[in-house]
Design a binder for this molecule. Structure first.
Ligand code: NAD
Length: 485
């Protein structure tokens, strides 16, 4: 299968058709694992964004608005089914675009993308709203309507997974959409457009414009007066730029932003379990997951034992070719990002840190943006590597002595996305979980998700929540109807 799937050139998808950019403008798509140009991508401008938004606006009044919730649910289920039928192909394209291991793309990204549609297909059919009887005077009940045209701006780290996490509830609630994938990862979104059409979604309901962010397709979408809501996942500073751009037209906003998540390990935790999961929470997807626990705090009595085992297991991780069986860490997304992560490793050394694992390129790889999984010790809590989001395969490990002190360190950041706590002391687990400032808190696990639960960040890690009912809160508007009795 891997040899049969070729990378694709990526065109926009507007009103049910693939189209080129005006004057045929394109940019290159580069495979980060080989540094080769694997295709071209249409470079969207304000004109294409406008055409996509107008198509989405018209589609709100077209056949789509006649679909009952049950019919929408059936269409969503079909989209999920087709994703599963094409899962190997999608996983290959995702691995080529991102540099992530194919096995991870298949098991995590694409499987979850299909599940996003299956989950919201089911959730939709059991959705209710509020109703109140006010003595014998009146009956009040709320009805749910779509918000309208939703602009979706996505990052490159989990391209199809995060796009479908937005698209499924957006369609479930009856909206129309214009998606803009990250410029680095255009392929699976391009295929998704075709899948959505094949599943029976009317033309114009889902549109796609490729291109860049600032002063390009991204900002054209966020400024467009006919876009009613923007759902954005990406960097905190981009969120701030989008908020400014969206302000004049008062768009509804949902934000999933950056993180610098603590992984707190108490001495009573089961160390083998801690190590198995911490390898994933540190280096899964090359550390390019917003939820990665890149600040590891270990209670002093087990600090040395933890470090020894963690370093040993990290050095055993297979790094390199995303398509080689058993690869756990692939290439980071781009040359730019590779340089940025390497720069942070340099900063760690300048700040007095010791690189106890990794720090360079894996042996034997001549091409590709590969970075060995890297562990840094000996830094202070004020160092830049402990405080700033690196978003690569680099973690810091610091010892701690007191529960109160580790909570203070964990919270000493403007981020508030995720936290993992390792302890077998039930009371401490609850106590610490209540005090850490994060939207997603795991005890003795990591990345265990139930899509009904609220997902999102505190502080500068996000605005709003996604998941189950919370997604419907964003993708629909409630109108209250009062009937006098
Ligand atoms: P990014 O903010 O650079 O880009 C994300 C998207 O925004 C891209 O499609 C880009 O083209 C677009 N964009 C950039 N500037 C824009 C502008 N001014 N106007 C409109 N669009 C613009 O983020 P990234 O580098 O692609 O992704 C990595 C970041 O995403 C990390 O900070 C990570 O923590 C975060 N992230 C968060 C979550 C979460 O759920 N909280 C999930 C994944 C990634």
């Amino acid at each position: 299968m891997i040899n049969k799937v070729r990378p694709i050139d990526c065109r926009h998808f507007i009103n049910g058709q693939y189209v080129d950019s005006d004057k045929g403008r394109t940019f290159d798509n580069i495979n980060p694992a080989t540094e080769e140009v694997i295709g071209v991508v249409a470079e969207g401008t304000q004109e294409e964004v406008d055409a996509a938004v107008q198509a989405a606006k018209r589609a709100l009044k077209g056949p789509w608005c006649e679909f009952t919730p049950n019919e929408r649910s059936n269409v969503l289920r079909r989209i999920g089914d087709i994703i599963l039928e094409r899962k190997e192909e999608l996983a290959i394209l995702e691995a080529m675009d991102t540099g992530k291991p194919y096995e991870m793309a298949l098991e995590v990204d694409i499987t979850r993308a299909a599940y996003n549609f299956h989950f919201f297909a089911d959730y939709l059919t059991s959705l209710g709203t509020e109703a109140y009887q006010q003595d014998d005077q009146a009956l009040h009940y709320a009805i749910r309507r779509p918000v309208g045209v939703v602009g979706m701006i996505n990052p490159w780290n989990l391209p199809l997974l995060l796009l479908t996490w937005k698209m499924a509830p957006c369609l479930a609630a009856g909206n129309t959409a214009v998606m803009k994938p990250a410029e680095w990862t255009p392929m699976t979104a391009t295929v998704l457009a075709e899948i959505i059409k094949e599943a029976g979604v009317p033309d114009g309901v889902v549109n796609l414009v490729h291109g860049f962010g600032p002063n390009a397709a991204g900002s054209a979408l966020t400024e467009h007066p006919d876009v009613d809501a923007i759902t954005f996942t990406g960097e905190t500073k981009t969120g701030s730029a989008i908020m400014k751009a969206a302000a004049p037209t008062l768009k509804k906003l949902s934000y999933e932003l950056g993180g610098k998540n603590p992984n707190i390990i108490f001495a009573d935790a089961d160390l083998d379990e801690v190590i198995d999961t911490t390898l994933k929470s540190s280096f899964m997807n090359q550390g390019e997951v917003c939820l990665c626990g890149s600040r590891i705090y270990v209670e002093r009595p087990v600090y040395e034992a933890f470090l020894e085992k963690f370093v040993d297991r990290t050095k055993q991780l297979q790094v390199g070719d995303p398509f080689k069986e058993g690869t756990k860490v692939g290439a980071v997304i781009s040359k730019e990002h590779y340089d940025r992560v390497q720069q942070y490793i340099g900063i760690a050394k300048e700040e007095g840190g010791t690189i106890v694992a990794g720090g360079g390129r894996p042996k034997g790889e001549q091409k590709g943006y590969y970075i060995e999984p890297t562990i840094v010790t000996g830094l202070t809590r004020d160092s830049r590597c402990v405080r700033e989001e690196i978003f690569g395969p680099v973690v810091t490990v610091l010892p701690f002595d007191e529960e109160e002190d580790v909570i203070e360190q964990a919270n000493d950041t403007h981020y508030g996305l995720g936290t993992t706590i390792w302890t077998n002391d039930l009371r401490r687990a609850h106590r610490v979980a209540h005090k850490v400032e994060a939207g997603i808190i795991w005890v003795n696990t990591w990345y265990l998700r139930d899509l009904r639960t609220p997902f999102g960040g505190l502080k500068q890690s996000g605005i709003g929540r996604e998941g189950g009912m919370h997604s419907f809160e964003f993708y629909s508007e409630l109108s209250n109807i009062t009937i006098k009795l």
